[in-house]
Each structure stands twice: as C-alpha cells, then as structure tokens.
Write a protein that binds this ligand. Structure first.
Ligand SMILES: C[S@@+](CC[C@H](N)C(=O)[O-])C[C@H]1O[C@@H](n2cnc3c(N)ncnc32)[C@H](O)[C@@H]1O
Length: 267
C-alpha cells in the first residue's frame, strides 16, 4: 500500500474498511468505484478541474488502440530496471500507463492520481486493485520519502513535491513532447507552430538527470484515430474546426511520435 496522508493536517491516514481516517479524526470515504477523493474543495481551481469527459473518451479510445504502447513499454522497462518498490503516477488520466505498469510489475505498489474525478472513475475500471486517488500533483497525499518512483506522462508535476515524497535515490520518470512530436499535425492545425517548452525547465538542485532519450516512430492513423488524437488534446479547443477536418481528411502522412523520456534521481 502507498503511505497516504491527510490533505488537511498531513498526518498518516489509516484504512478502516471503506473509510480512511487520521489521528485528528479527519475522515474520507472511499467511493463505491474504489477510488479515494483527497482533493479539498479549496484546492480545486474550478468545479470540474482537469481533462473533460470528451477529452478522456478520445484519449482512452486512442490509447486502447495501442498507438502509444511503445511509450508504455519504455516506461515499464525503465521502472523494471529501477526496482522502485512503490510508484505514484501523477496526472494518470484514465489510467492506461498506470494499469500497464502494474501488470508489468506485479510486485510493485502502484497508485494513480489525477485532479479530474471523471478520469479517475475511468481508471478504476481498468483495475480495482490499484490505489486510485483524486488529488493534485501540487499536493501529493503521500508521506515524505515514501516513494521509490514517480511518473508523469504529459501531466503537470511539482518539483517540490517530488523532492518531498521521493526517497533519497528514488527516481522521477518524466515523459513529455520533443520539439518534433506530432509536428505534422500541429503544422496542419495552426499557421505557426509554437516552440515546445523545455521539459526540464526549473529543474531543482537535488534532482539529477540520469538518462534522457527520445522515443521516435511513425504513426499511421485512420480518420477515427486522427479524430481521437485531436480530441484528446487542447488542440481540439484551440484550433479551428475546419483545420481539424482538413487534417483528418488528409490522413497526415509523415506523422511522427517524438517523446522525451527523462529519468531523474533524487540525490
Ligand atoms: C495530457 S493528460 C495525460 C494523462 C495520462 N498521463 C496520459 O498520458 O494518458 C494530463 C492529465 O493531467 C491531469 N491534471 C491536470 N492538472 C493536474 C494536477 N494539478 N494534478 C493532477 N492531475 C492533473 C488532467 O486531468 C489529465 O488527466
């Protein structure tokens, strides 16, 4: 089990069947779907934070079609070598990478956390045996120095929280876009393709890069796949609908995945 803490007072949470409680008598009910909501109302930035149900449906369909399975396999391979003991997937979405990691490493204690309740409800359907949490990556509800591994795939994370929760020697695996990622799609949707932000911006003292690789491969997608790919990203909201339709109709030859997989170690 992950070592959960109370989001109000940060004392350890004890499991009492369907309820979790700390020594200060703050209690949290486990939802009937099996997840635990540790996101306090005052820490929500909107009524329904995180990805929308429509984005989640598109992402689940796209991921279940296997288009990013090589990325998931690379993540699983990295954690198999690192032997982290306990891993938390921050911004796990509908749980594709989390559940595949749990299947690949059955001895590892694995949890998935997302600020979107809709995402976490979907994730519970992938596996009932993982610890699924509604919470924010900005305030991880886990004890200090209790994790051997943290994962973020295209999701926000807090360097401070990574430093607090990782054991010394523990690892953070970050997956995010390389400048070439889906460039053909972005060029089809916008007049100007914006620069890709640096994944390691603001890297703190105390976290050292131990490996940095780029996963590259071509994507050959059907019109339905392309519709899901656009729908699962903010491109669906930011770009013009007619540009989206033309991109789908073109089939986007030359489309390429280019994701950075960076492993950092807490000193
Ligand atoms: C691009 S999706 C990636 C989901 C998943 N990692 C994947 O690659 O399939 C980003 C996810 O981060 C979640 N998210 C956004 N802000 C968050 C926060 N502060 N804490 C936790 N999750 C957050 C969203 O709800 C969404 O599910």
């Amino acid at each position: 089990m992950l070592e959960l803490i109370c989001p109000k007072c940060h004392e350890a949470l004890t499991n009492l069947g369907q309820q979790w409680r700390c020594d200060n008598n703050h209690s949290y009910d486990q939802a009937r779907q099996g997840y635990l909501n540790l996101l306090l109302v005052q820490h929500k930035n909107s009524r329904h934070p995180g990805d929308t149900p429509a984005m989640l449906a598109c992402r689940q369909a796209f991921l279940d079609a296997g288009h990013y399975q090589p990325v998931s396999d690379a993540i699983n391979g990295a954690f198999a070598r690192l032997e982290p003991g306990a891993v938390l997937d921050m911004g796990c979405g509908e749980g594709y990478y989390t559940a595949r990691l749990a299947s690949a490493l059955p001895e590892t204690r694995i949890g998935g956390l997302d600020i979107s309740k809709d995402a976490v409800v979907r994730a519970t359907r992938r596996s009932r045996s993982l610890r699924w949490l509604v919470a924010s990556s900005a305030r991880l509800p886990v004890a200090g120095e209790s994790l051997g591994g943290l994962l973020s795939v295209f999701s926000p994370w807090s360097w401070d929280e990574c430093l607090r929760t990782l054991k010394p020697g523990g690892h953070l695996v970050l997956v995010g876009p390389h400048a070439d990622h889906l460039r053909t799609l972005r060029a089809a949707l916008y007049d100007e393709v914006h620069a890709t932000p640096d994944l390691l911006k603001d890297q703190p003292v105390g976290m050292q890069v131990v490996s940095d690789e780029t996963l590259r491969y071509p994507l050959h997608l059907t019109p339905d796949d392309l519709t899901n790919l656009i729908g699962m990203t903010p491109h669906s909201l930011r770009s013009a609908p007619d540009r989206q339709r033309s991109a789908v109709a073109s089939g986007l030859p030359g489309l390429e995945v280019a994701m950075r997989l960076v492993i950092l170690q807490r000193c």
